[in-house]
Design a protein around this ligand. Structure first.
Ligand code: SF4
Length: 149
């Protein structure tokens, strides 16, 4: 299934990317308890996405996820994204965090028995693990994951 990305009309430019995830900027988009339901603000939207210095077009505040190369944005908007090639995006776009968690568990991820601060905390923790298992093209830049605590 191919999905179209909304054409952005605003965004933020990241000039460096040595993220330690300590400011939790990427984590304030969701409420204090993880529960089933869509990411809020929506994962795909046309306002306030981010462009990083590696060329990644980041959905919203979601550091460590790329929708593609913003230097080829015209093409990206035209062709969309084939979700068969991006399993992590497939779960996030379809608001299926339980599916993403199960996908990670099936790959050997250990769920934190103490729980998670936020849905975004769980999301980052799963992505950090998946990054060690395979080269998911939607999990970029590498520096984001290399510097997580
Ligand atoms: S749960 Fe993940 S995809 Fe959703 S807003 Fe948080 S970091 Fe982004």
């Amino acid at each position: 299934m191919t999905i179209k990305i909304p054409a952005p009309f605003s965004g933020g430019l990241l000039l460096s990317y040595k993220c330690t995830a300590q400011c939790r900027h990427c984590m304030y988009a969701c409420g204090p308890r993880w529960k089933a339901g869509p990411c809020s603000p929506p994962f795909l939207r046309n306002w306030h996405n981010h462009l990083d210095n590696y060329g990644n077009f980041i959905p919203g505040y979601c550091g460590g996820i790329t929708l593609g190369d913003w230097r080829e944005l015209d093409d990206l908007l035209k062709t969309g994204i084939n979700l068969k090639e991006y399993p992590v995006l497939k779960y996030l776009i379809s608001d299926d965090m339980h599916g993403l968690l199960q996908f990670a568990l099936d790959s050997g991820y250990d769920e934190n028995k103490d729980g998670y601060y936020l849905k975004c905390h769980l999301c980052v923790d799963i992505r950090k693990y998946l990054k060690t298992k395979d080269d998911f093209r939607e999990l970029k830049p590498d520096a984001f994951y290399a510097n997580l605590d």
